[in-house]
Design a protein around this ligand. Sequence first.
Ligand code: ZN
Length: 439
Amino acid sequence: MRRSCQPAFAVPIRAWRAFLALLAWLLACALMPALAGAQPVQTAAIQAPPLPVPAQVLDARLGVHPDKTRFVMELTEAVAFRVEPQASPASVVVELGNARWAGGILPGRGLVSAIASEMVTADRLRLVLATTVPVRIAWAEVIPPRDGKPPRFILDLEPSAGAAADRRAVGSLSPLPGTGGTSAATVAASLASAPRPPIPPKERPKAPELPLIVLDAGHGGQDPGAIGVNGIHEKDVTLAMARELRRQLLATGRYRVVMTRDKDVFLPLRDRAAVARSNDAHLFISLHADSMSSRKVRGLSVYTLSDKASDREAEMLAQRENKADAAGGLNLKTQSAEVANILISLSQREKMNQSRRFAGLVVSSLDKNIAVLPSPLRSAGFGVLTAPDVPSVLVEMGYLSHAQDASLLNNATHRRRMAASLVRAVDGYFSPGAGRKRS
Ligand code: ZN
């Protein structure tokens, strides 16, 4: 319990300290060359008389989605804005023209570790969103008042794939008003009602939370995964198993569960990892079913990441993963490469002991009726690409190329039994001593 729960409290404190240092540094120097120095003309615009009614911030909140983190600000008026992602340190700078807010420093969620706000001038608001990884701007827009809702600034952030994506995103955004200050975006419908005081964003619960387990049903959508000798698709087996495991985990009342997918959709590997990361998951379980040319091999196995491989190997695998993702998952290579890709994107060296401990518990907790490979504890021999903080395992539940395994994985009773075994392993992981031995 202690080992598994400590990071949940320690990480935010470390992140907080790091953020404060980062904030001081950001505000002191780094942003000014990018924002002010590059376009000195705007300084003149800032000195110009402010518009009559500066926009007030009514609400600011962060929402975590499987593929993105969304920042929403409700305003009394539509304003012009400028958004600029920064790769190092990872952050996003937002400037709003003709807006006022005393938001201070706000806690983060998802890809955002914290938000700092300050008034650059009397009517220019700057926000710095410190992010856990470099991000790209997927969407940024001020939506005019509609259906009784106030104007909203919406910013969608995704993990960055590279510098090119960042630049492209910036190019599509509205700039702040120029020297004339007559940009049509600057002045929008002003609300008749008096500005309400800002409402602080919702904070995360402070009380100790139940451990959060992310279940990842492998493959999906146009990527079927392995095809069984009986015609079943791996993507359907993994989803059925993930749903059953979620049901049983929630039934204990001891865990929270998030699924990377709960329908038949394609999800890039990096997005699966992002779900675990953005939810501050305590454990990540990726479910798969193997296949090979020999139809005699059967049994379950559990993979963790090996940290012995070279960086070059890891990078080559990442390139293959990106290719597969770009093609909608149709080009997935061999199962072993796939396993390695997923684990590389999910694991971190410091978390490897926890991952291995849980993998051992999976095997020792298994129902005796479930076949296992002769050496069920395995590791993919590749290095770490990213550094998420989540212990991760990949369970190959059996071989769809083996007639009996394929038949069992297609059987709800068998899946219930296997899910019960995994719940025992989870219990053992979070409460040492609670896990039952394989009998
Ligand atoms: Zn698979």
